[in-house]
Every structure is written in structure tokens, then in C-alpha cells.
Design a protein around this ligand. Structure first.
Ligand code: PLP
Length: 481
């Protein structure tokens, strides 16, 4: 007899802490039995009970072409037949590194105009949410003399690793090695993986479990991370005027998506680059989640104000669903990594040929048409969610950064971790459960983004849109506690 999700969960709890390999999968914050999936195809996932769901988790981002995309599966099968891994260099790694470097380019205004695009600055200025954030919080610093806005090809060398955690951890070690300084500035509510120094006031699962950080992190290591509020240039200036000579880097999510979506205020990333560079520190732009998802060149390519990050981290989409992540930057900085330089980093499975094949094939299929489909489906779903909630009388803000979006149960657009946490989060579990009952799999936490894929066709989007009104009513009826 086929096992039920509940039976699978009971068995898993006897074998693995909390029954899971990663905390949010336990469905704790939505008070529901986690679904145990056995297969997936396109926009759909199927659980052990044979029930199919339209999926808006997308493996937390990598499944941007839809699940089990035939070209990706074939590339992985072909690679597997040639050998699962050699612990040695392969031509495919170089090709993927070249592909990453070539894609992460900021089109010049001239190229954008000739491609028929409107100026991005004015487009964002028309976004009332971003406008309100900018006017409330940001007094943009004057441009620093000599600031390079020509950093249009910020990636000259790439190191392949296996997870986003490794990518950010390595970027920080590299920044410390390059500057000879120890301190790192991070923002409350941002998630950069689970390395010791980056868990303080972290987003994603740490936020979902309402943990301030993690046990097991030595106080001496936690003290190397200075946590400040997001979207607050004054806080950045203050921390640099107090300790600028000791700060190796600022690490920032390019467009935060691990406390729900909280778009950067207009010019915030540029302000970070300026302030870091004024003080001889580096800017690490974490694009593990946004990279190759919100556009061909990630958030870097669409931020309305040009800026020059020093190191960029990638994950999720770049591995096409298999364990692969990367970091990139200028040759002078990246070549401080071993074997050329003194900063050590290594990995048995780094650049694994199956993961490289999945990543390359995924990037190859992410053309303008694919992004247009993702953007259109995201707009339809986001608009439908907003109007269902409005019809049900639920106070909410639909926050968007490109094709990433999430609901915040708040009257004003949250701009940082404090305002995110002040929302009526108790409305999300009944909303989530009502969607699940109707066959839509949402992220099991209000602090996560909704991931749309290029495979979300009219039928899949239609099923989501149909399910939203009942979920909105469930959210309206929710009571705290
Ligand atoms: N950085 C960001 C922005 C992320 O969203 C994540 C994961 O969600 C990570 C880093 C860590 O990546 P991984 O889970 O692959 O270690």
C-alpha cells in the first residue's frame, strides 16, 4: 500500500532531526504535514499519495525552466554516462565560467535604448512601493569622485563551488585576505547561507523559526559580523565612521528575498559600493537567489542605478537543480585564491560535471523569451493574489523585485527586518493551507519568495489564480495566536 505523507513524515522523524534535511521543509511555521514528493515535471510536483500540485517553490529557485526540463535531463544523463566526476579539470567548467562572466554585464544606456527598452531609472521611479521606500529612508550620498560606473563586466574570473553557503563563505574569506581586515557588515533579515559568521539575525529558515542566530557559533566569530538595518544609509555610514578601518566587506542580498521580498531603495546598492570603497572595503553582492533569475545578468543587470560590486556570488539557477554555486570578480581579486594566491579554498565535488552540464544547459535556455514568459506569469499571479486579498479585505502589500514577489501582511511596504516582523504573519499559515488543499504548493513560510518558472503556462497559472480567493478568505478569517 502507498504510504501517506503523514506516514512518511513519522518515519522520517525517526531517522532525521525534525524529519528533514533542511529546516523550513518541516512545514512547522504553517502547521501542516510536509508533503513528500516523488516526481516533478514542468510546473507540477507529485506527492507520495499521487496528488499533483502547481509548484511555486521551484526547488527554492533552481527549477527556473520548470522541473525535469528535457534538455537539462538529457545533458545530465549524457554527462553521467561519461563519468560522474573525475576530481580533475573538465572543459565544461571553463565553458560555464566563461558563460557566467559573459552574461553578467550591465547593458549600457545606448544598448538598452537601441533594444527598445525604456530607461530603467524612470521605470522604477514610477513604482509607488519603491518610491515610498526611497523617500522615507534614503538620503542618497553625493556620488564619490572617481567612482567607477563603468564596472560593466564585473566578473573576469569564476570559482565554482557546490552551495551558496560555500560561495558567500569564500567571498568573505577572499575579502578578508585582500584587505587584511576582519569585520564584515551584514543586514538584518538577509540570508547568506549557514556559515558561522552569517547567521546573526538571518532571514530564510532562521527568520521562519524566529531564531536570533544559532547556538554553536563562538562569540568571537559572531563579534566579527556587524549587523545593521537594511535600506538605511545612515546606519551604514555610522558603522563605517566608527570602525571603517577594520571592515573588510559589506555583504548584501542584491535584492533581498529571504525576509519575503524587500526591494532595495533607489540607489541603495550604489550607496553601499560608494561607502565601502571610500573606506577601502569591498562590496560582496549576493546573487545566489537573484542571479540569472530576475534577468540575464541578475539584479546587477537591472538595478536602476549603476554600481560596482567587487565580488558576486551565484547559486540556485546557475546549477540548474544540481549542487553548484559560484563566485566571481576581477582577476586581480579572484587570483588571490589558491593555487595562485594565499587565500585557500577547495572542494572534492567543486565543478562536478553533472552539475556543470545542468547549469550550462539551464543558462543556454534562459533567453529573452524565457524571461518574458517568467515575468508575465509572475505579474499575472502577483496581481491575482493582490486582488484576491483586497476583495477579502485583507491588509497586505505585494512586494516585487523583478519576477520575484511575496505577500507581506502589512499596511505599508516593509523596508527592513523590523517592519517585516511587524506584519500580521499569522495570516499566512491558513492562506498557505488553503492553497495546498486546492493543489498549489507555496513556500511554507511568509519569509520566502514565490518562484515562478518558464514552464508556468496558462493552465498552471489558471489553477493558481482560481485557488487564490478561497485562500484570501482564509487569511481574512485568521486570528492571532
Ligand atoms: N545566499 C542567498 C541570498 C540565499 O538565498 C541562499 C539560500 O537560500 C544562500 C546564500 C545559501 O545557499 P545554499 O542554500 O545553496 O547554501
Amino acid at each position: 500500500m502507498t504510504a501517506t505523507n503523514a506516514q512518511e513524515f513519522a518515519r522520517a522523524q525517526g531517522a532525521m532531526p525534525g524529519g528533514v534535511s533542511s529546516p523550513v521543509r518541516a512545514f512547522g511555521s504553517v502547521h501542516e504535514t510536509p508533503r513528500f514528493f516523488v516526481s516533478a515535471s514542468g510546473p507540477y510536483v507529485t506527492d507520495v499519495e499521487g496528488r499533483e500540485y502547481v509548484d511555486l517553490v521551484g526547488s527554492w529557485g533552481p527549477a527556473i525552466l520548470g522541473h525535469a526540463h528535457p534538455a537539462v535531463v538529457k545533458a545530465v544523463q549524457d554527462a553521467a554516462a561519461r563519468g560522474l566526476g573525475f576530481g580533475a579539470s573538465t572543459p565544461g567548467e571553463t565553458e560555464l565560467a566563461e558563460l557566467i562572466a559573459a552574461r553578467v554585464v550591465r547593458p549600457s544606456a545606448v544598448e538598452r535604448a537601441s533594444a527598445g527598452e525604456r530607461d530603467e531609472t524612470s521605470r522604477t521611479d514610477e513604482n509607488p512601493q519603491l518610491q515610498s521606500v526611497s523617500s522615507r529612508l534614503i538620503a542618497l550620498p553625493e556620488p564619490v569622485e572617481g567612482r567607477s560606473t563603468t564596472g560593466t563586466h564585473p566578473v573576469e574570473r569564476v570559482r565554482l563551488v557546490s552551495t551558496g553557503t560555500e560561495a558567500t563563505m569564500t567571498a568573505i574569506r577572499l575579502a578578508r585576505g585582500a584587505t587584511g581586515r576582519d569585520l564584515v557588515v551584514k543586514f538584518a533579515g538577509h540570508y547568506h547561507g549557514h556559515s558561522d559568521g552569517l547567521l546573526a539575525e538571518a532571514g530564510s529558515g532562521v527568520a521562519t523559526l524566529a531564531m536570533p542566530g544559532s547556538a554553536g557559533v563562538p562569540a568571537a566569530i559572531a563579534a566579527q559580523t556587524l549587523v545593521i538595518p537594511y535600506n538605511d544609509v545612515d546606519a551604514v555610514r555610522e558603522v563605517f565612521s566608527a570602525r571603517g578601518h577594520q571592515i573588510a566587506a559589506i555583504i548584501v542580498e542584491a535584492a533581498p528575498a529571504n525576509m519575503g521580498i524587500v526591494p532595495p531603495a533607489h540607489g541603495f546598492n550604489a550607496a553601499l559600493a560608494d561607502i565601502a570603497h571610500e573606506h577601502g572595503a569591498l562590496l560582496i553582492l549576493d546573487e545566489v537567489l537573484t542571479g540569472f533569475r530576475v534577468g540575464a545578468a541578475g539584479w546587477y543587470g537591472i538595478d536602476p542605478v549603476p554600481f560596482s560590486p567587487d565580488l558576486i556570488t551565484f547559486g540556485k539557477v546557475v546549477g540548474g537543480g544540481l549542487p553548484l554555486a559560484a563566485l566571481g570578480g576581477p582577476a586581480a581579486l579572484m587570483e588571490l585564491l589558491a593555487p595562485l594566491g594565499p587565500v585557500y579554498q577547495a572542494g572534492t565535488l567543486s565543478g562536478n560535471p553533472l552539475a556543470v552540464a545542468a547549469g550550462r544547459t539551464t543558462l543556454d535556455h534562459l533567453d529573452a523569451d524565457a524571461y518574458a514568459r517568467i515575468d508575465a506569469a509572475a505579474t499575472t499571479i502577483a496581481d491575482a493574489a493582490a486582488s484576491a486579498l483586497a476583495d477579502a479585505g485583507v491588509t497586505h502589500v505585494l512586494q516585487r523585485s523583478g519576477n520575484l514577489f511575496s505577500i507581506q501582511f502589512a499596511a505599508e511596504p516593509p523596508v527592513d527586518y523590523d517592519t517585516v516582523r511587524a506584519q500580521e504573519a499569522f495570516r499566512y499559515p491558513p492562506f498557505f493551507r488553503a492553497m495546498l488543499e486546492q493543489g498549489v504548493s507555496l513556500p511554507p513560510s511568509v519569509f520566502e519568495a514565490w518562484f515562478v518558472s518558464a514552464a508556468h503556462d496558462d493552465a498552471a497559472v489558471g489553477r493558481i489564480v482560481e485557488a487564490l480567493p478561497a485562500a484570501a478568505r482564509a487569511a481574512a478569517e485568521a486570528r492571532p495566536g
